[in-house]
Design a protein around this ligand. Structure first.
Ligand code: ADP
Length: 835
């Protein structure tokens, strides 16, 4: 409340009191007036005074009759304040309350009137209420009322009131209240932490964000409670700063760490300002805090980053200079100083640098810098020769770049690549290149000569290599041929090492011996493949050969896998290594086993044949000799007998030669069988018929038991077999005996096919058991005189067996000496026989 208002209030209170006093005085005066006419004048004077006061006061002065419920008096201010005339108000009877008082205030006004029942005379009762202005607006009034008149019972009947228009004040208070509400709302919702303190430095308010932040209650924070949450390290400094600023009534800003509700200390930037009331009285401080932890971290990071950048710049291996646009050199890095010899103190401005580095060329360089400087972004300035503090010259490839503003001035970063060394190397290289080219030219001539020489050498070498290759190919071919020969030849080839172990063996050996390669290679030759009785001799041959006395030929027996012995004739040669040392023996052998057997047969054959031929020849020769010499007369009995003998012998010779030729043809396969279908009875009949004459001559009977079985055979050859058997039976039977000649169908030995069995059973002399088999061989006869006596050749059965075998048949004999012999001829009638 302003002073003017307070003064006004005070005046009003005094006025009311004065009015009360006046009333008393008046009543006294009235009393006196009643009694004293003289006082009338005074009264009139006082009334005038009162009237003047009442009419000039800015407040409404009224007398309200509690009984009549109307204003019995009201001054003109009513018009001013509520827009009604005094008459209008006074004429409102019993309608003052409902028509003029705000409905919300009526009850209160009524209660207020009730208070006057017990109110003392000098007591003033206040009330604030709203009344309707003539224009319909509500106006706030402040009334101070006191008992004005009492009835006979002493009860208050009229009240005197002074009403003051407080609408403006009320509105101001409302606005203030609303403003404060808004402020509080704002303070509680603002993202800042707000506090207030009183004149004793003690805090009396913390907004909701503050309490939310600390997680503490208002009661805990009030006074100096809030300092408990300040970080112990910061607390003293924080309180000091606050108190110092407080005492000086100055604004302050402090940073301190405050513990958040979650226990984390956060950096707070707190700004406090002194508060003064409307009349300038200091009423305390108000402050706001914001959490600047993030900013601090960012700032710290920025600081670090800037430091790193600075360090990088300082330590960069390139010379770098940082200057302002107007030429102040802010930084030259280490490399710059090292290369130029100038520290920042020696080149505080660009001009100093240009002067020192370029000397007389300074202006030219300055012009170039000014020309390119406005260009945004990095600019290549080109190569410059700079003079260092040491007086040497360096070549720099310079780049400049315009950076953003720094303290309102733009920065230029100048960077250079020191190419002095490179340039020197390039120059050296150039020189070296020239020298090299010269040397290359010289060397080229030398090389060309050497090359020609080399070419010739290469040609010779190529020719030699070609020759070599050709020889190798020939060797390979020769080796291939030899190997092929060894692999395919029908001779045995074995290679023995010096110990007699088999190192090589050819396929034919394996084939002949029935061995596998594994069964032979690496085995001791003599103990494995030579019969024991020859082992020693053979070992001796090898031993002697290895010692240089080569046995070029030898013959020995070789054992096959099945224990058979084969006769091999060997041809030996020594095996030598690259140094011509004897390392083994290679033998090529021929299997002569069969040849040997044939030789033996041939020898026997020749002796027999020569004997068989010589006998008739001798008798022919002797007979003819006797006749030729005339010792025996041709026409004599003896002469005729000699001619008969010669004829018989000749016949015998012819037969013998025929039989031999026949047998030879049969054995060599020169005769092909002329097979045809024929019945057995026919074969038997024809054979018997052919033999019947001789049988008759010998007085031997032939008894035939025949069956008609069809056969497919060479008819003539089978008849030849059967007649040979019959003729022998007749020859070796005694007179009057009978030969049983039969044929029957039998089961072959295999049990499946059928066969025909011819049987010739005689009662002759029989054949000794040991000759049962041999009589089927050539020239074998039981008795050597048989040929002479019986006219046989000893070839008949050999021929017969050959013919039967060619028919896949069998021929054999069963005999007992003195009892007779039975010859069997079995011929198959199965399909095989037809082949
Ligand atoms: P040969 O022309 O001598 O008869 P073979 O080969 O026919 O020639 O007979 C050989 C020999 O077998 C005869 O010389 C004879 O000694 C003996 N031989 C053959 N058949 C009989 C037989 N039925 N009884 C006794 N001996 C026989």
């Amino acid at each position: 409340m302003c002073k003017a208002m307070r003064d006004e209030q005070k005046t009003k209170e005094q006025l009311i009191e004065e009015l009360a006093e006046m009333r008393q005085s008046l009543s006294k005066m009235e009393e006196k007036l009643a009694s004293q006419q003289q006082a009338e004048v005074q009264v009139q004077q006082k009334q005038h005074f009162l009237h003047t006061v009442v009419e000039t006061t800015p407040d409404i002065i009224y007398v309200y009759d509690l009984v009549e419920q109307r204003n019995v008096y009201i001054n003109h201010q009513i018009e001013e304040i509520l827009g009604y005339s005094c008459q209008e108000i006074q004429t409102i009877r019993e309608k003052v309350l409902p028509s003029l008082i705000h409905p919300d205030d009526i009850a209160r006004v009524k209660e207020h009137f009730e208070l006057f029942r017990t109110c003392r005379d000098s007591e003033a009762i206040e009330i604030e209420y709203r009344m309707r202005h003539a224009n319909g607006e509500w106006r706030w009034l402040y009334s101070r009322e006191t008992v004005f008149a009492r009835n006979a019972e002493g009860l208050a009947s009229q009240i005197l009131g002074v009403a003051q228009d407080i609408t403006e004040r009320r509105n101001a208070i409302t606005r203030l209240h609303e403003s404060e509400q808004r402020f509080r709302h704002l303070a509680d919702t603002a993202p800042v932490m707000i506090w207030m303190s009183d004149t004793n430095k003690l805090c009396n308010h913390f907004n909701q964000p503050w309490l939310d932040f600390t997680g503490r209650t208002l009661e805990q924070e009030i006074g100096n409670g809030w300092t408990e949450a300040v970080h112990p390290h910061d607390r003293k400094d924080c309180i000091n700063k606050y108190q110092n600023a407080f005492d000086a009534r100055q604004q302050f800003t402090i940073e301190y760490r405050l513990k958040r509700f979650d226990g984390e200390y956060r950096w707070i930037l707190d700004t406090g300002i002194p508060r003064f009331d409307s009349v300038g009285n200091f009423v305390g401080y108000i402050g706001s805090g914001i959490d600047i932890t993030e900013q601090k971290q960012i700032l710290k990071a920025l600081g670090e980053s800037e430091e790193r950048f600075r360090c990088a710049l300082m330590d960069a291996p390139l010379p770098i200079l940082l200057r302002t646009e107007d030429g102040e050199v802010l930084l030259v890095n280490r490399t710059w100083t090292e290369l130029t010899g100038y520290s920042i103190q020696e080149i505080p401005t660009l001009k100093d640098w240009l002067e020192r580095a370029y000397g007389k060329r300074q202006q030219q360089v300055t012009d170039e810098i000014e020309r390119v400087l406005p260009i945004e972004g990095p600019t290549a300035m080109g190569e410059y020769a700079i003079t260092t503090a040491m007086g040497t010259t360096r070549i720099w490839d310079i780049y400049a770049s315009l950076l953003g503003p720094f303290a309102h001035r733009r920065l230029v970063v100048v960077m250079a690549i020191d190419v002095t060394q490179r340039k020197q190397i390039e120059a050296d290289l150039q020189q070296a290149k020239a020298q090299l080219e010269m040397k290359v030219a010289e060397r080229t001539v030398e090389l060309l000569q050497a090359n020609n020489h080399l070419h010739r050498l290469i040609n010779i070498l190529t020719a030699t290599i070609n020759q070599q290759t050709k020889i190798e190919a020939q060797l390979r071919e020769a080796e291939r041929r030899w190997r092929s020969l060894l692999e395919n030849v029908r001779l045995l080839v074995i290679g023995l090492d010096s110990e007699g172990k088999v190192e090589y063996v050819n396929p034919f050996f394996l084939e002949l011996g029935g061995y596998t390669r594994e069964e032979v290679l690496g085995k001791y030759w003599f103990t494995t493949f030579i019969p024991q009785y020859q082992q020693q001799d053979m070992q001796k041959i090898l031993r002697e050969s290895l010692q240089g006395e080569l046995h070029t030929h030898h013959e020995n027996q070789v054992l096959t896998k099945f224990g058979k012995e084969r006769t091999i004739v060997w041809n030996n040669t020594l095996l030598r290594d690259a140094k011509s040392q004897i390392v083994g023996m290679m033998s090529i052998g021929e299997d002569i086993t069969q040849r040997q057997a044939l030789e033996k047969i041939k020898d026997e054959f020749i002796s027999v044949v020569s004997h068989e031929l010589r006998t008739p020849m001798t008798s022919i020769h002797a007979g003819l000799n006797l006749l030729a010499t005339g010792l025996v007369k041709l026409d004599s009995e003896k002469g005729r007998r000699l001619i008969e003998i010669a004829a018989e012998s000749t016949e015998r010779l012819v037969r013998l030669v025929n039989d031999m030729l026949d047998l030879e043809r049969l054995q060599s396969g020169k005769i092909t069988l002329n097979k045809q279908k024929i019945k057995t009875d026919e074969l038997l009949r024809e054979s018997t018929e052919l033999m019947q004459v001789i049988a008759n001559q010998s007085e031997v009977n032939i008894s035939v038991f025949s069956q008609s079985i069809e056969l497919t055979v060479d008819k003539d050859r089978i008849i030849q077999v059967l007649t040979n058997i019959l003729s022998n039976a007749i020859k070796f039977s005694s007179k009057g005996s009978t030969i049983l000649f039969t044929v029957e169908k039998i089961q072959a030995k295999d049990g499946r096919s059928c066969a025909v069995l011819f049987k010739s059973q005689d009662q002759g002399r029989g054949i000794p058991a040991e000759q049962i088999e041999t009589i089927f061989e050539r020239f074998h006869q039981v008795d050597a005189s048989d040929s002479r006596k019986q006219g046989g050749t000893g070839l008949g059965l050999a021929i017969a067996r050959n013919i039967v075998q060619q028919h896949n048949g069998q021929i054999w004999v069963e005999s007992q000496v003195g009892l007779g012999s039975t010859f069997y001829v079995m011929l198959p009638i199965s399909e095989n026989s037809e082949q």
